[in-house]
Design a protein around this ligand. Structure first.
Ligand SMILES: C[S@@+](CC[C@H](N)C(=O)[O-])C[C@H]1O[C@@H](n2cnc3c(N)ncnc32)[C@H](O)[C@@H]1O
Length: 725
């Protein structure tokens, strides 16, 4: 049966003017309009029982026979599998069952694999991702998960996964499957995993009957993974200028209200809102929910239908879907690079505002022909690097902290929500193009650079209860800690207050400030130092900025290639396929690190000059052709740091002598001051554009499942991603 016939026979609808399987110029397939489609028109309607997914308990209990046999088996025998792996196994079952599968018409629409998603990269190809957030170590997780989890399940039920030739053998602790390293089972699994990874929709479980945004508790927790036939033919664009469709899910009553059901079903749904079963029966079975794709705007004949897969960085898109969003042209285009380099070295606030606005509107660049840049790109900064750099800096000043003080600081930061509570040493700070200098990073640097007395004072002042008022003025450790505590109290609290505060205060009695058991408590409010301490103490501010620059430089050095090398590679015709994808990911991350360096330099200058009427001064200086100290407040960097309103009005300060033995020109390692930094940017000449600031950060679920593959292959695992807007 042809796919459209199959879909319609199950109550679905396809817009008559849509070519669902159009071959695009790129060779890929996509959905294209055959003639003009008006805004709001229905493109695809998919009853939920056409989808392949693991139901919630409630969904399953309502109609157990409606689900594939593999769903029933996995629910009963392997309830601890992640939604990702369970869905992969169900798809694998439908694929291996061939024409016997009720989803055969859908299976026939699927491509042979997701060719470029990370699952399919060889170890040699993955080396191109060294230094990036996608760098992997250890055994290949997919093959490993297959051997440990999938093969035994498949071998035990060859009726559900026929034709794979796996034999179950008794082994200590359960069945063990025997198969050649690259046998048909592994190949079938890798294909199904790649397809689920690149085509599935990750949605919060919802009560389909009430339609209320009431989240059902999945057995494993977290989101449900849906394969949506037909809808999964639509390609991604986050560029608002290009995307033109969006997905909704409706319950029966909502679908009836939207006039999406046949007359009898609509009548039943309207008349029997309380009796969802009756309405569902009238709708032609037990369908209780629908996925609906609509046109967001008019779509012209010949235009591709596009929707967004989420606010994902290029690394996340590559990992999951095998492509990146930034235009190749953006990265290699000489005029764009030059424009970006100019932007990096300090355009006027007006120009920066324009660039920021362009990015906020969807990445920027397109309007002037320089190509689209993914505004959701991100870079990771490991805590271990931050700790190493700060310790090195203190050591160079003969102020090396004791091991116990270092541990105390780490434990305190973990308890205060700056580092991961469970595994502080594995913490990676996420720098986003839109927020290149996160407060967590500058907070960690500040704490690490505090003297023992300052740290003890901070801990005494910082508690879970009401923050103590900051001591007015002064640059003593006491004032510093007080200001910090005041700022922390204003931040988002996580966990309960009083207990953690007492614990921290009690722990502060230790000689070296070690937090002991209290330090590992995660019940403190979140510590957010902002720039209050930096405005109090210029020397400290200088140290913090220099250490931050050194950290960013160290992160830059983790990549085996320089920005220049990457741009050069992109300009050659030889750099193709996966190598080219890797270069584009590298450049996107380095771009974010450059933005962060620039934000530090701007912060440094702003603190040094005290804000004032900097914007006007900057304009003047720019007109005079001076570059030097022209990047004070009023720029998007201020906003990007998410702080500093109070600092901006602080008035001009006279530069002070360093009391900590650091020159403004940088430490011994030559990481340099802002001027050095700028020189370096000019020398690199790589220039990548400024970020936008239009989104919040949110992490994808970090659920624990038996298999672990849900974690390894869930989208967005490369790092936290901004929430969809
Ligand atoms: C959900 S499927 C979309 C349909 C797919 N093009 C097909 O032929 O079956 C997702 C896959 O489409 C491709 N894709 C989607 N959006 C893309 C884009 N903007 N650029 C390049 N490839 C894209 C990638 O291969 C991705 O893994």
């Amino acid at each position: 049966m042809e796919f459209p016939t199959w879909l319609r026979s199950r109550g679905g609808k396809i817009h008559p003017e849509l070519d669902l399987f159009h071959t695009l110029g790129s060779g890929d397939r996509g959905v294209v309009a055959r003639s003009d489609i008006a805004e709001g028109e229905l493109l695809l309607l998919l009853p939920i029982d056409c989808a392949i997914y693991m139901p919630t308990e409630e969904e399953f209990n309502k109609r157990p026979d409606a689900f594939p046999a593999a769903v029933r088996y996995l629910r009963e025998s392997h309830p601890g599998l992640s939604p990702f792996l369970a869905t992969t196994l169900v798809l694998m079952s439908e694929v291996t069952r061939g024409s016997a599968s009720p989803w055969a018409a859908y299976v026939a629409t699927l491509p042979p694999s997701c060719p470029d998603c990370l699952l399919n990269w060889s170890d040699e190809e993955k080396q191109e991702l060294e230094g990036t957030s996608l760098e992997q170590s250890g055994p290949d997780p997919a093959a490993d998960v297959y051997r440990r989890h999938v093969a035994p399940i498949v071998a035990a039920r060859s009726d559900l996964w026929p034709g794979l030739g796996l034999r179950a053998e008794a082994a200590e602790g359960g069945a063990e499957a025997r198969e050649e390293a690259s046998g048909p089972g592994l190949r079938a699994f890798l294909r199904a995993a790649g397809l689920v990874q690149s085509r599935a929709f990750h949605l919060e479980a919802e009560n389909w009957v009430s339609g209320a945004k009431e989240i059902c508790q999945l057995e494993g927790g977290g989101t449900q993974v849906f394969l949506l036939p037909g809808i999964d033919m639509i390609n991604h664009s986050h560029n608002p200028a290009r995307r033109n469709a969006h997905l909704e899910r409706l319950n029966l009553a909502q679908a009836a209200a939207a006039k999406l059901l046949e007359a009898a079903a609509a009548e039943a749904a309207a008349g029997a809102a309380a009796d969802a079963d009756a309405a569902a029966a009238a709708a032609g079975g037990h369908v209780e929910a629908f996925f609906v794709m609509r046109a967001d705007k008019p779509i012209k004949a010949g235009e591709e239908v596009l929707h967004t897969y989420g606010n994902l960085s290029d690394a996340q898109l590559l990992q999951t879907y095998g492509f990146v969003d930034s235009d190749d042209a953006f990265l290699r285009n000489q005029p764009a690079a030059a424009a970006a380099a100019a932007a990096s070295s300090g355009p006027s606030p007006k120009k920066r505002a324009k660039a920021g606005q362009a990015a906020a509107n969807g990445g920027g660049g397109d309007d002037d022909g320089s190509g689209y840049r993914n505004p959701y790109n991100a870079a990771l900064v490991p805590w271990t690097v931050v700790e190493e750099v700060c310790t090195g800096l203190l050591r160079s000043m003969d102020q090396a902290p004791s091991g116990s003080l270092q541990r105390a600081k780490r434990d305190f930061l973990a308890a205060a929500g700056v580092l991961q509570a469970a595994a502080p040493d594995s913490t990676q700070f996420v720098l986003l193009a839109q927020e290149p200098l996160p407060d967590e990073l500058t907070t960690a640097v500040q704490v690490l650079l505090m003297t023992k007395d300052e740290f003890q004072e901070l801990r005494r002042e910082f508690g879970g209860g009401e923050p103590k008022a900051a001591a007015a003025g002064g640059t003593s450790g006491k004032a510093k800690a007080g200001a910090a505590a005041a700022k922390a109290g204003g931040g988002k609290a996580r966990g309960k207050g009083g207990k953690g505060g007492k614990a921290a205060a009690a722990a502060g009695d230790d000689d070296d400030g070690s937090a002991g058991a209290a330090g590992s408590s995660s019940s403190l409010p979140k510590l957010s130092l902002g720039t209050a301490l930096l405005t109090e103490d210029e020397d400290f501010a200088e140290m913090v900025c220099i250490a931050s620059l050194q950290v960013l430089e160290a992160c830059m050095e983790r990549y085996p290639t320089s920005v220049k090398d990457d741009v050069r590679l992109l300009r050659t015709a030889d750099c193709v396929g996966r190598e080219r994808l890797a270069v584009r990911v590298r450049l996107g991350e380095k771009d974010v690190l450059q933005l962060a360096k620039k934000a530090v330099v701007e912060l440094m200058r702003r603190l040094r000059d005290g804000g004032g009427a900097a914007a006007a001064k900057e304009e003047e200086e720019e007109d005079d052709g001076e570059e030097g100290d022209s990047e004070e407040s009023g720029s998007e960097a201020d906003e990007g740091e998410g702080e500093g309103k109070e600092e901006r009005g602080a008035g001009r300060r006279a530069p002070k002598r360093q009391r900590r033995g650091l020159g403004a020109e940088g430490g011994e390692d030559g990481s340099g001051s802002g001027d050095d930094e700028e020189g370096e940017e000019e020398e690199e000449g790589d220039g990548l554009l400024l970020g936008s600031d239009d989104s919040e950060k949110v992490g994808y679920g970090a659920e624990e499942y038996d298999d672990g593959i849900g974690e390894a292959h869930d989208r967005g695992k490369a790092h936290e991603a901004p929430k969809d807007d």
